[in-house]
Design a protein around this ligand. Structure first.
Ligand code: ADP
Length: 151
């Protein structure tokens, strides 16, 4: 006996997969940092997306690799330009919560054509970033179904 669940229960397992069990740590920067420093963060932290917060640590923006590439091609002084000028900002940010299902997250990623979602906790004054969920996390979740079930 392999100790694995039967293949027939894979649907139930899939529906039960939650953000909290697959999320990664968020990489967060403040609105004032320069585009140059944001690019350094992307390499140093080995992520594809940075989340931008204000001085109260509330979510205000998202910076992707393409946002940074586009700005780099524009002939700007990357050391002088703050990221808040180029980021995608609230209220146009798609996010999720720890208790959301991975299926909901996957749907949002495909509908909006984005690679990641910040995981947030809602506060009266704003949104606290507590995690990130990426296409890699979804792929890992997909693989875990195979590990846990007799296929
Ligand atoms: P890349 O640009 O590296 O391909 P994405 O596909 O995730 O990465 O980003 C595409 C665009 O969508 C970028 O302009 C980025 O700022 C924006 N974006 C990324 N994630 C989100 C999100 N969760 N909510 C809203 N906009 C986002």
């Amino acid at each position: 006996y392999s100790g694995k669940k039967p293949a027939q229960s894979i649907e139930e397992s899939m529906i039960g997969m939650k953000v909290r069990d697959f999320q990664s740590m968020p990489v967060v920067v403040t609105e004032q940092i320069s585009v140059y420093d944001a690019i350094c963060h992307i390499f140093l932290e080995d992520v594809g997306t940075l989340y931008v917060v204000d001085n109260d640590s509330y979510l205000t923006g998202v910076l992707s690799r393409k946002d940074l590439l586009r700005t780099s091609l524009g002939g700007n002084d990357l050391n002088k330009m703050p990221v808040h000028v180029i980021m995608t900002r609230m209220p146009n940010i798609t996010y999720c919560k720890k208790q959301d299902t991975l299926i909901d997250v996957a749907k949002k990623m495909i509908d909006k054509q984005i690679d990641s979602l910040p995981v947030i906790e809602e506060n009266v004054d704003g949104l606290n970033v507590v995690g990130r969920i990426t296409k890699t996390n979804i792929t890992a979740a997909f693989l875990s179904l195979g590990d846990e079930h007799e296929l």
